[in-house]
Design a protein around this ligand. Structure first.
Ligand code: ASP
Length: 598
């Protein structure tokens, strides 16, 4: 135990002192952020989580202390005692709060020295992310990352306060579970006691929170880690945090209003921003029609318009054929206002971009002063041109893009093209926040390969009461009271009203291709629980990491996760996953096959 710590408890943090404290004797703890040796005087910026204070080692104040001060280096950890003094005339630093003072050190202790760090502990560094992740504890010393974690802690606090004040209970659910299908692969944990069997790490606490409702808890929430073994996209982590909640006796309106209140509170308390209420609500169908995506970025227009009818008997064969195919096929267009200056090369690049989504081509028309410039214009009749002009509000200087194909391909292609153009052409106003609830999702999508329905949300989502008969006749037409909250094109979270009747749950399992015995084996406990007076219930989960990205305005999910994994799901610092001892495997009854070189 350090003597200094015992003798001199900390009196202040490094952001606190000002000219109002002059002549006080104070004690600070922190790290050497930088050090300037001016022969006689040694200046050190001492840094802690809160800020920086300049400390001075002056031979005239204490020559022993001053001599020791010579040895200090960056990132050493120390405690200092000294007197607050005003900085000399003209030497104040208005950039920091403590810029009017400095501390004349009269005693200090080096708690621990530091090796030379592999990178400068500063926000303005340009080092590889690999190196930063390997030394994450040093990376986290950088003020910008510290600030993000501080904000995250604050956000957790606001969320807890809000939910606790609305009668939610913070309850925990198991981490070693039976797998719940949320659409991804499970992380499995072998059981030693019951060899040959496995737990799954939860993809979400979905079933447990429903069982809390059966248990009469009325309202539950948890800020909880979830695990999905997926190939990682930019804004995903294999383990991630959800703000997960569930309530009994809800209506969809009740849930959306409560959640809107939470988000408004969060933005107000964390960012000082008053969000306008109510948030916009759009049906899934309208979203797909107007934006092609179910998580639309509403910060700019450039909406998609269906033009199938215009091409029904067109001289342009490719479009005419698609238009005549009927259900499942469509032709849509979007007008990029003022986009006629796009070059041939830029249009080629956009054509390659939509090809990724399955589009075989990207038709376009440039509206020039004298003519329509387009490879397809020669096939169009005057009447078709007039209809297009009107429907797409085409004016001189615009460019219109077309896509004709299966509806899903058209929506994916033009929906993503729209977002790309929004970024490319600077259509998005900095700082704009556009929240939208997407509601009325379909229960199922038909999977052509598997030749069966798959759940759009998850298998516990209830059909709208008036659509229950459709489960027998035309299940893909059945809509659910399921909802997603979307901000600026990012899905922040989603949920639904759940099934609380055993027979409907059994029917949905059947539609999803589970035989009664499979359903029983996997979810027998849920089906049984629903038979003991299950209340109507529903809920939602927010992706906390993505929420934090948007709250802190960062582009990388790894900036808001303290110890993130790489794109390959590895931790570069502790080097996990790693090989384990043969004995550990033996105990688990597991044999590892040799890994074949790829
Ligand atoms: N469990 C769902 C999910 O993780 C959210 C919910 O329906 O509450 O997406």
């Amino acid at each position: 135990m350090s003597l200094f710590l015992q003798k001199y408890p900390r009196t202040h943090y490094c952001h606190e002192l000002s000219t109002a404290d002059v002549n006080k004797e104070i004690v600070l703890y922190g790290w050497v952020d930088s050090r300037r040796d001016h022969g006689g005087l040694i200046f050190v910026d001492l840094r802690d989580r809160f800020g920086i204070t300049q400390i001075v080692f002056n031979p005239e104040v204490d020559s022993r202390v001053h001599d020791l001060g010579h040895s200090l280096r960056n990132e050493w950890c120390l405690g200092i005692k000294g007197i607050v003094t005003p900085r000399p005339e003209g030497m104040t630093n208005s950039k920091i709060k403590t810029g009017g003072i400095e501390i004349l050190v009269n005693d200090f202790e080096v708690f621990s020295k530091s090796k030379t760090p592999p990178f400068l502990i500063s926000d303005s560094i340009d080092v590889s992310e690999e190196l930063r992740l390997k030394y994450r504890y040093l990376d986290l010393r950088r003020p910008s990352l510290q600030k993000k974690l501080v904000t995250r802690s604050h956000a957790n606090h606001v969320i807890r306060n809000y939910l606790l004040s609305h009668q939610f209970l913070e309850l925990e659910t198991p981490i070693l579970t039976k797998s719940t299908p949320e659409g991804a692969r499970d992380y499995l944990v072998p059981s030693r006691v019951n060899k040959g069997t496995f737990y799954a790490l939860p993809q979400s606490p979905q079933i447990f929170k429903q069982l809390f409702m059966v248990a009469g808890m009325d309202r539950y929430f948890q800020i909880v880690r979830c695990f999905r073994d997926e190939d990682l996209r930019a804004d995903r982590q294999p383990e991630f945090t959800q703000v997960d909640l569930e309530l009994s006796f809800p209506t969809q309106d009740l849930i959306l209003n409560l959640m809107e209140g939470l988000i408004v509170d969060l933005w107000k308390q964390v960012n000082g921003i008053d969000l306008p209420r109510p948030f916009l609500r759009l049906s899934y169908n309208e979203c797909m029609e107007r934006f092609g995506l179910d998580a639309p970025d509403m910060r700019f227009g450039c909406e998609l318009k269906t033009v199938t009818d215009i091409f029904k008997s067109s001289g342009f064969q490719v479009f005419a054929e698609t238009a005549q195919k009927g259900e499942g096929y469509t032709i849509k267009a979007l007008n990029l206002k003022g986009g006629a200056d796009l070059s041939r090369k830029e249009i080629d690049d956009l054509t390659k971009f939509v090809a990724v989504y399955g589009a075989k081509g990207l038709g376009y028309i440039k509206v020039l002063e004298t003519e329509w410039q387009s490879p397809i214009v020669k096939f169009l009749s005057e009447e078709e041109k007039a209809q297009l002009t009107e429907r797409l509000s085409m004016e001189v200087g615009d460019i219109v893009f077309f896509c004709a194909s299966k509806t899903k391909i058209v929506n994916d292609s033009l929906g993503n093209l729209r977002e790309k153009l929004g970024a490319l052409r600077g259509l998005i106003k900095e700082g704009d926040l556009k929240f939208v609830w997407v509601v009325d999702f379909p229960m199922f999508e038909y999977d052509e390969e598997a030749k069966r329905c798959v759940a759009v949300h998850h298998p516990f989502t209830a059909p709208k009461p008036e659509h229950i008969p459709l489960l027998d006749t035309d299940p893909t037409k059945a809509l659910a009271n399921a909802y997603d909250l979307v901000l600026n094109g990012h899905e922040l979270g989603g949920g639904s009203i759940r099934i609380h009747e055993t027979d409907i749950q059994a029917k949905v399992f059947e539609l999803l291709g589970l035989s009664p015995s499979e359903a029983n084996e996997k979810f027998g406990f849920l089906l049984e629980a629903l038979q003991f007076g299950a209340p109507p219930h529903g809920g939602l989960a927010f992706g906390m990491d993505r929420l934090m990205m948007l709250l802190t305005g960062t582009e990388s999910i790894r900036d808001v996760v303290a110890f993130p994994k790489t794109q390959k799901a590895t931790d570069l610092m502790s080097e996990c996953p790693s090989v384990v001892d043969d004995n550990q495997l033996k105990e688990l009854g597991i044999q590892v096959l040799p890994v074949l070189p790829k």
